[in-house]
Unconditional design. Structure first.
Ligand SMILES: NC(=O)c1ccc[n+]([C@@H]2O[C@H](COP(=O)([O-])OP(=O)(O)OC[C@H]3O[C@@H](n4cnc5c(N)ncnc54)[C@H](OP(=O)(O)O)[C@@H]3O)[C@@H](O)[C@H]2O)c1
Length: 261
């Protein structure tokens, strides 16, 4: 394989739009998601639209063995991984004590632990070659605590802090780490999280953006090697406002917005 990009959750939503943008720039792709049927159809679509090769790997990132499986798969296919996009993620909603514990622990594995392991594994080769770019998908949730979505918000806070720190660690070695913070975006995320009645979907302060425009903002920032990018002016303003608002007020507003009904 030629220069390659690995995209987790590259089959629908923001990840799918990122996959097309990266393919358009001539990168071969390794797409990772669970649903094999979707993986196959996206492979077919991208290979027929762009002059690139697409490999697919069905893996469940809630399985702690998945990151190594992905790394070994890339190694076996002799891919020179120039871009890693840690995009796969999901949310849940409700009072934390009433949440399904197994699902909450899976969320930490997918949204946090797998992202940290994949970053570590692929960073090694990038630093050795003095070339590579990583895009981690966080959220505007990264900037404040989120009652009713406690674990999701906390995980995204980790992704922001972790990515910025690793950016500083490796920036002098020709490798950049960019963290993308989208606000509410039109994807399958809300149905999957069973939060279709949340005020997040109808918040006049942060109107929903398309996955296409969010992906473009993220990919442009990755190409420029920017450490942090917040998708859209409304989301940027909201993220800034949190810094000047008392913490107890921020918590109350987040609790109100995250109500699912
Ligand atoms: N949509 C929003 O409003 C929003 C806002 C801020 C941040 N984000 C973040 O943006 C990222 C992408 O979200 P999206 O909105 O595009 O979501 P989406 O439409 O639900 O897509 C999620 C993608 O991740 C994959 N995925 C989910 N769980 C997985 C697992 N256990 N193992 C492997 N792959 C898995 C899915 O494929 P399979 O189901 O086939 O596995 C799918 O390709 C996430 O990290 C999300 O937290 C989204």
């Amino acid at each position: 394989m030629a220069k390659t990009a690995i995209i987790t959750g590259g089959t629908v939503g923001i990840g799918y739009e990122l996959s097309k943008l990266i393919a358009a720039d001539g990168y071969d792709l390794i797409l990772v998601a669970r649903n094999e049927k979707t993986l196959k159809s996206v492979k077919k679509e991208i290979e027929s639209s762009y002059r690139v090769q697409v490999e697919t790997l069905s893996a469940d990132l809630s399985d702690p063995k998945a990151p190594k499986k992905i790394f070994d798969f890339a190694k076996k296919s002799k891919a020179v991984v120039e871009i890693l996009v840690n995009n796969a993620g999901f949310g849940t909603s409700g009072r934390y004590d009433r949440m399904d514990l197994e699902k909450e622990m899976d969320m930490i594995q997918v949204n946090v632990t797998a992202l940290a392991e994949l970053t570590h594994r692929f960073l090694q080769g990038m630093v050795e070659r003095k070339s590579g770019k990583i895009l981690n998908v966080a959220s505007t949730s990264s900037f404040q605590p989120g009652p009713n979505m406690a674990n999701y918000y906390a995980g995204k806070a980790y992704v922001l802090s972790f990515s910025e720190a690793v950016y500083e660690d490796v920036k002098d070695d020709g490798v950049t780490v960019t963290v993308l913070c989208p606000g509410p975006t039109k994807t399958e995320f809300f149905e999957r999280a069973d939060i279709t009645k949340s005020k997040l979907l109808n918040n006049p302060l942060a109107p929903m953006m398309s996955a296409q425009s969010v992906a473009k903002i993220g990919y442009d920032a990755l190409k420029k090697g920017k450490p942090v990018v917040i998708a859209g002016i409304f989301n940027w303003l909201l993220a800034q406002s949190v810094r000047f608002t008392p913490r107890f007020v921020v918590r109350k507003i987040a609790k109100f917005i995250n109500q699912n009904g």
